[in-house]
Design a protein around this ligand. Structure first.
Ligand code: ADP
Ligand code: 5GP
Length: 203
């Protein structure tokens, strides 16, 4: 098999990073695409594990040098996916997991087409989203307001995704995400057909 890509998008605070990390512990041969961002590091986040944190000038330079598979401006900061590590992991046959916004998903789809499976994650309501952002305790009230406003416009793009998950009960959502991830690894588009048939015939 060649690699596959699993994209998870959804409003900030919907549970993407918590669910993704739990899902990846339970599935072999996965690789989390570490994005580069210009936003401040949150308490508890680790450089090189959650994000690579750089300045806006460095980010612009990265764009000029063509380092990003995709990039977008979200909540007044820049976020981007580096191309090189993704290609390397896909060549190793890994399932590469992206936590990117709706703009990034559109571009990734244009570039990688049918090896992408996409999931839109959200909460049962906007109020629940607000409660979770407050309870997470990592954002100022101004930043929470920005994230809640952005959530509405992100929700209007849900039709561009293969699956929607409403993250009410964590364990149930995790189970559903794991099922989708397993299925996404078996997409025919990820199959190296010639090699598969040749080894099948010679067994
Ligand atoms: P995102 O990565 O989408 O911004 P997080 O993974 O940081 O979201 O989750 C936001 C907050 O919601 C975290 O404090 C997380 O522990 C909590 N959370 C995630 N899923 C649930 C759930 N199903 N029920 C209650 N709290 C949740
Ligand atoms: P946060 O600041 O809450 O970590 O992320 C804010 C938003 O940026 C989320 O919607 C997240 O999915 C998105 N994001 C994170 N990394 C990338 C990236 O590399 N590219 C794009 N397009 N969006 C990203």
């Amino acid at each position: 098999m060649k690699g596959s890509i699993l994209v998870i998008s959804g409003p900030s605070g919907s549970g993407k990073s918590t669910l993704m990390h739990e899902m990846m512990k339970r599935i072999d041969d996965t690789y989390f695409s570490i994005s580069t961002t210009t936003r401040e590091k949150r308490e508890g986040e680790i450089e090189g594990k959650d994000y690579l944190y750089i300045s806006k000038d460095e980010f612009r330079q990265g764009i000029e040098e063509g380092n990003f598979l995709e990039w977008a401006r979200v909540h007044d900061n820049y976020y981007g996916t580096s191309l090189k590590p993704i290609l390397k992991e896909l060549n190793l046959g890994k399932m590469v997991v992206f936590d990117i916004d709706v703009q990034g998903h559109k571009i990734a789809k244009e570039k990688f087409g049918n090896i992408i499976t996409s999931v839109f994650l959200t909460t049962p309501s906007q109020q629940v989203l607000k409660d979770r952002l407050i309870q997470r305790g990592t954002d100022s009230s101004e930043s929470i307001e920005k994230r809640l406003n952005n959530a509405i416009s992100e929700m209007t793009r849900v039709k561009e995704y293969n699956y929607i998950l409403i993250n009410d009960y964590f364990e149930k959502t995790l189970e559903d995400l794991i099922s989708i991830a397993h299925a996404s690894k078996n997409r025919v588009a990820s199959l190296n057909t010639e090699q598969f048939i040749s080894s099948w015939a010679n067994m």
